[in-house]
Design a protein around this ligand. Structure first.
Ligand code: PEP
Ligand code: MG
Length: 847
């Protein structure tokens, strides 16, 4: 096809330009449909920004696309959620297929009616065909209809629109669309985006009509509606995979919350108890189990007027809302159950003062928006941005932003939260539970949580663990259709929610819980005893900590030292680096809490991957887990590492100080870091260096442990990362959570090799990944020769007790046996059988 000439797009209406990032609808602000402009209209006629053919005009008249001779395609969408107006307020003046000139009126609309009855009047003009553009006017301020706005840069189109390959195409099963308005712009964009991820040629079919599934406009042109039956076909490479993914996407609403017609039909046809599907599966977010009744928690949908009173009145509204929210959050901090919860609310308070958010809201107020509208647009667009960066922690931050956004919005709108009356024995079910929702609940009546969203690192998981309640995340959306009062058994350890369980299952669970409780009390009472196996082998059981408070708790729970201080967590909520004195006093306080007889292993900053740190700004990376993480980043910014070394060294002598480097892959990294450490120690006049070790969490380091061992004092195996890198499975991926298991024989073989190499050089090996906090892993790790287990603080008593239950000789045998197995499930099963065969639970409780 020919290269299009330089093309100008003209303003389709008059109004105020607004950055696309601030559009409070992720499908537009994320640019998944295409880049372009947003105009807050002051005129009420939408005109053609270019000459071409009307390639699609929605029956409801709120959206229209124009394609020119060179294939440039521009979509205009009047207002947000205007599809719900079902055509009211819009008059279409052109037909599909009609040739139009620049400036020709396409749609007239009743601006007052739309502003009052839809979410917003903000109008989008997006370049769907993807041409980059430059602005011909300033990108903010007023524009007049017809004024030249953008200059599109031509792109070479290499491929023609694919022609359906009828012969060898594969078809999906027919899918009944559950979206209330069919595949309108938002779900169509999500669907087209997903289709573009496959190289197959893909079509969406409705009756006799077909649309190229990679074209948003073509999908919209199908004019699908709720209840329409559609089918996907694909031909060529990845056809089968594309069909599976896209059919599932259609069933689940393409990003819109829907109850699929199939699920709805099933739910309506038979009561839940009669269905064959009686177990819903997710991932464990907080272990334990409970039997109780379903209580659905839904977030209130708030109606917000787009336009406000005067700027001053709206600014006052906003600052009053922010101030009241801060007071409420302060109260929540003070009443928090533990430091984890208090920290979350502290972070929320800080968001209230975030200059970026406030500025974005004020810009909108200055354009005439109401305080509520402006605040919601600012928080939602930032949350969308965070979510799009593909970083687990930022996704959590997005959840915080939405939570804070909602809190302030309610205060602006004068909506007071009613305390929800809960029945006894409630199992709370929600799409996503926010910290604010959970804080307002009477948790004495709550037995557990089950959510569709979130993962093991989500706030609901943190709060559930802090309150000792079981929780499952990542359940299918079907869980939201369960009626309140339905009896369910939540078995978080198995990641299962059993619907209407039988009496026997409930009884088994009760007995198990009672035994667990007795066992915990027993373990705690014996926490200060050494961790020695029955045949007299001592294993050091230490703590993973991230704060001084945790260091103190670790000692109280029988921790024999600290095996991992995650130093990057000490200063998470900062946008500037802590001073030397501040760092030095934190390390010294932690060292003092442990005393000179205990190990303190301080890990140097492990920033990057899933752990961004505000005061260490980094370029965004396509694949941050494989990018500048841990020691790689520190060696790029040696001053950061030198400063940290100097601060850590100031606590020498207060505890048995060890320094540990994260993410080491190359010997050169270790050597360079050692050189910096030696230089800093020399500058401080220290004659003796602290012990220096490395984490073994990259397979390369595990495989070359024999070369690293002579140059280190110790190794500590980070099974969390070692597992994700060995199995090539993201450690935070909700769908891979059950497979990304450190018990996989491949990971165990790397641990075995590491220990062998270290011991050959007289060096000790610890494990500080989450595997060391699992009692099931204790005989295995001991059998593989691990010398230290560094566990999360509350689990120290249980790990010590598990060590005291076993013989080292047996452990070696079982370890050898499982190294030859095929899968993590087989390893876990073998260890369970071993535990049942060798450990007499009643005897343990008597001792
Ligand atoms: C690990 O990777 O196992 C580890 C302990 O480090 P972190 O979880 O902090 O990445
Ligand atoms: Mg790690």
């Amino acid at each position: 096809m020919a290269t299009p000439q330089q093309l100008q797009l003209h303003a389709p209406l008059s109004g105020v330009l607004m950055p696309l990032d601030l559009v409070p609808d992720p499908v537009f602000s994320s640019r998944v449909i295409g880049d372009g402009v947003c105009i807050d209209p002051t005129s009420n006629a939408l005109c053609a920004p270019l000459a071409g053919v009307v390639s699609n005009v929605q029956a409801s008249g709120h959206a229209i696309s124009i394609t020119d001779d060179n294939g440039v395609q521009v979509l205009m969408h009047i207002g947000l959620d205007t599809v719900n107006l079902a055509g009211k307020g819009f008059t279409r003046l052109v037909e599909e297929g009609q040739q139009v000139d620049v400036g020709q009126t396409l749609i007239e609309f009743d601006a007052d009616f739309v502003a009052l009855n839809a979410r917003s009047l903000l109008t989008l003009m997006l370049v769907v065909s993807g041409e980059p553009f430059t602005w011909l006017t300033p990108s903010s301020g007023l524009v007049d209809s017809g004024q030249p706005l953008l200059s599109l840069n031509p792109v070479e189109r290499t491929s023609q629109t694919p022609v359906p390959e009828e012969g060898d195409a594969v078809f999906s099963k027919p899918v009944t669309l559950a979206n209330p308005n069919g595949l309108h712009a938002r779900p169509a964009a999500v669907f087209a985006q997903a289709a573009k991820g496959f190289s197959a040629s893909i079509y969406l079919h409705k009756k006799q009509e077909s649309a190229n599934a990679k074209s948003l406009v073509a999908i919209m042109a199908l004019q699908t509606a709720h209840g329409d039956v559609v089918q996907v076909s694909a031909a060529g490479p990845e056809a089968e995979a594309a069909i599976a993914v896209l059919a599932d996407l259609l069933l689940t609403g393409c990003g819109e919350t829907v109850v699929s017609a199939q699920v709805q039909a099933e739910v309506q046809a038979k009561p839940m108890e009669a269905q064959s599907l009686t177990v819903l599966r997710g991932v464990c977010a907080s272990s334990g189990s409970a039997f109780g009744q379903v209580v659905q928690i839904a977030e209130q949908k708030l109606e917000v007027n787009e336009f406000g009173a005067t700027q001053q009145v709206e600014r006052d509204h906003l600052s009053r809302g922010l101030a009241e929210a801060s007071v409420a959050l302060q109260q929540l901090r003070e009443n928090a159950k533990g430091s984890a919860q208090a920290d979350i609310f502290k972070a929320h308070q800080e968001l209230l003062e975030d200059p970026g958010l406030l500025e974005a809201a004020h810009v909108l107020i200055d354009e005439g928006k109401s305080a509520g509208f402006a605040w919601r647009a600012a928080t939602e667009s930032t949350a969308t941005l965070f979510k799009s960066l593909g970083n687990a922690l930022l996704v959590e931050r997005a959840a915080d932003l939405s939570d804070v956004g909602q809190r302030v919005l309610k205060l602006i709108l004068g909506i007071r939260d009613q305390v929800m009356e809960l029945p006894e024995g409630a199992i709370l079910i929600a799409e996503q539970l926010t910290p604010s929702q959970t804080a307002g609940l009477d948790t004495r009546k709550v037995l557990g949580f089950a959510t569709v969203g979130g993962g093991a690192t989500s706030h609901v998981a943190i709060l559930a663990r802090a309150s000792g309640l079981p929780a499952i995340c990542g359940l299918p959306a079907q869980v939201l259709t369960l009626a309140n009062g339905t009896q369910v058994l939540l078995d978080a350890d198995k990641g299962e929610l059993q619907l209407d369980p039988d009496l026997e299952a409930i009884e088994q669970l009760r007995t198990r819980r009672q035994l667990q409780r007795q066992r915990q009390q027993h373990e705690l009472a014996h926490a200060s005893l050494a961790a020695c196996t029955r045949d007299g082998h001592h294993v050091e059981v230490t703590a993973n900590i991230a704060s001084l408070a945790e260091a103190e708790q670790a000692v109280a729970q029988g921790g024999e030292g600290v095996g991992l201080l995650r130093s990057e967590f000490l200063y998470l909520d900062r946008n500037h680096a802590p001073s030397h004195d501040e760092q030095a006093s934190t390390y010294s306080a932690i060292a003092k809490a442990l005393g000179p007889a205990r190990n303190l292993v301080v890990r140097t900053l492990d920033v990057g991957g899933d752990k961004p740190l505000a005061y260490v700004p980094m370029d965004s990376e396509t694949n941050p887990f494989l990018g500048l993480r841990g020691i790689r980043l520190c060696l790029e910014r040696p001053q950061l590492l030198r400063d940290q070394f100097r601060a850590i060294l100031s606590s020498a002598g207060l505890a048995r100080l060890h320094i540990m480097l994260p993410m080491v892959t190359q010997l050169s990294e270790l050597r360079l870091a050692r050189q910096l450490l030696e230089e800093e120690a020399l500058a401080l006049g220290l004659t003796e260096l602290p012990k220096l070790g490395i984490m073994i969490e990259v397979p390369a380091a595990a495989l070359m442990a024999d070369l690293f061992a002579p140059e280190v004092d110790f190794f500590s195996i980070g099974t969390n990362d070692l597992t994700q890198y060995t199995l090539a499975m993201d450690r935070d991926h909700p769908r891979l959570a059950s497979q990304a298991d450190s018990f996989h024989p491949s990971v165990l073989r790397l641990i075995a090799g590491t220990v062998k190499a270290a011991h050959a050089h007289g060096k000790w090996v610890g494990v500080c990944g989450a595997m060391a906090s699992e009692t099931l892993a204790v005989p295995l790790l001991l059998g593989l020769g691990v010398d230290e287990l560094s566990a999360s603080v509350p689990l120290i008593p249980a790990i010590k007790a598990a060590v005291r239950e076993v013989d080292l000789t047996d452990c070696r045998a079982i370890a050898q046996q499982v190294l030859g197995l095929e899968s993590a499930e087989q390893v876990r099963e073998a260890l369970r059988l071993y535990h049942e065969a060798t450990v007499d639970t009643s005897r343990v409780l008597e001792n």
